[in-house]
Design a protein around this ligand. Sequence first.
Ligand SMILES: Nc1ncnc2c1ncn2[C@@H]1O[C@H](COP(=O)(O)OP(=O)(O)O)[C@@H](O)[C@H]1O
Ligand SMILES: Cc1ncc(COP(=O)(O)OP(=O)(O)O)c(N)n1
Length: 267
Amino acid sequence: MSVRRALTIAGSDSGGGAGIQADLKTFQELGVFGMSAVTAVTAQNTLGVHGVYPMTAKAVEQQIDVVLSDIGVDAVKTGMLFSADIIEAAARKLKEHQCENVIVDPVMIAKGGASLLQEEATEALKQVLLPIALVVTPNIPEAEVLTGMSIQSEADKKEAAIAIASLGVKNVLIKGGHDKGAKTVDLLYDGSAFHTFTGTRIDTKDTHGTGCTFSAAMTAAIAKGASVRTAAETAKQFIQAAIEDGLHIGQGHGPTNHWAYRQRGGC
Ligand SMILES: Nc1ncnc2c1ncn2[C@@H]1O[C@H](COP(=O)(O)OP(=O)(O)O)[C@@H](O)[C@H]1O
Ligand SMILES: Cc1ncc(COP(=O)(O)OP(=O)(O)O)c(N)n1
């Protein structure tokens, strides 16, 4: 089989649990060649985000241009994009390079409360990035920002997914990590039907980077030719293993274990 390639356009997490680092580890674990366009450098550890240093939009554009014009790509993931300028630059380049498999993780706020997306950039995300995306993977607070609704129930999640799809994105996957129950229920809306992916909630504080890792696993599976639904199933198994076999490092919210899925025989 030819080498499958995935590009992540996201921020760097010096602590290694989220952002570019989580994405590249996940791509590698799933047998996909990973590339990156860095949008911002964060000084981050398990205790939180201590500094954010954005790149210029031009630097982001150039990173995308040089890898796509030379190496090419089978799927692209976006994570922390920080500003409207960077969102517009990324969307322009993805259109120019005719990237079809674009997975948008609409990263807004880190677990500790630090802002990873400027407030005024949400409109750009909705207007220029979502219309060119194959999948968007908000967590519940992000889905609330995208829709202006409060999400308290499964019915609310479904209503929010339909509202987000109306922005032009083909598939909406609302992650259920912020649910309260004993199960985590991730909901996929593919424009006509709903599908759920359910896991057992693990009682742990070590969930830093779960959202990035989940979306990166979907991206890798799509790069390998999986359907969106199969990719969501793979991602759910990948993140469940990564949380269950946590590494328990650092003094705050520790990272997940990116090699757990492979150690259990998946790939
Ligand atoms: N404590 C947990 N136990 C099991 N699965 C979890 C847990 N927390 C999050 N997940 C799963 O991790 C993935 C990321 O979800 P979520 O935490 O909502 O994203 P984010 O990190 O963007 O807030 C989802 O598949 C979710 O169901
Ligand atoms: C650089 C960077 N990108 C994204 C995030 C958010 O990651 P996420 O997977 O949503 O995990 P938590 O921050 O909620 O633990 C980040 N922290 N840093």
